[in-house]
Ligand binder design. Sequence first.
Ligand code: AHR
Length: 324
Amino acid sequence: MKKGFLLAQLLCLCVLLCACAPRAAEPVKPDEAQLTVVGFSQVGAESDWRLGNTSSMVQAFSAENGYRLILEDAQQKQEKQITAIRNFINQGVDYIVLAPTTENGWDTVLSEARAAGIPVILVDRRIEVEDESLFTCWVGSDFRREGDTAARWMEENLPETLRIVHLQGNIGSSAQIGRTEGLMAALQKHPGWELVFQAPGDFTQAKGQELIESLLREKTAFDVIYSENDNMAYGAIDALKAAGLTPGRDVSILSFDASAAALRLVLSGEINLDVECNPLHGPRVRAIIEQLRRGETPAKYTYVDETSFDAENLTEGIIVQRGY
Ligand code: AHR
């Protein structure tokens, strides 16, 4: 009898202890209605840079951080971005973030966003509009400076007589415009530099490879490939290797973005210079939105600090810490 009573008391104690014991911290589910809604119109998924950029935005605008991100991939088509922005307006999002495909053609749809009272933040590439008050601010890279950096490296490291192949990004995008301008300005200054080929490779590996393969088939001779992003450089490298050439030695390769995979190729000598273009804009855009929510005015234009890498300054440690 006594034993049974004791057992019952022990059981009660256990139940009580379990009820009072602190539980393993469970994530607090954010209240959907409290989340700030951000519509993000992304260019596409054409490059490693772009994938790094999307994932930076998704991480920055998580529910844990108080946001609901509506992500629309435009597959490199401006019409799709215009439709996405109109959808964001209809959905009544709190903020629109636009990574524009090209610089022109935004006046009408951004006027619609303004009429709906939705601030528009631009990220990565820039736009040309009649009225700059159509967007709140921009954060991204100085693409012309990137082009000048690559051209300066060529001046300092390559012979005065050069046959150059130029793989361009999407025509009309700021990344293409700035990087092309850098090369064109340098060509003016160097009579020994000859542009033997120039064509858009759409920032994709497949197109970069296709263009170089066709040049090799036609037996076009060249010394340098100026590739306006890493993915086109990867394609070019594959084409050169398939033709029995050694990239970085038989043909010098200059590229842009400096993603981890490309920096490995700088270390192995297949890419001679990679100019950094940093895609980790998520925290930057979130900081802008937080400024706006506090009633502050962010800077109209914010350039990200960037550098360039060649065999002289690149280390394994830099690659490990890349983040894209
Ligand atoms: O606008 C940035 C450019 O777009 C990157 O260099 C390229 O890789 C991307 O697709």
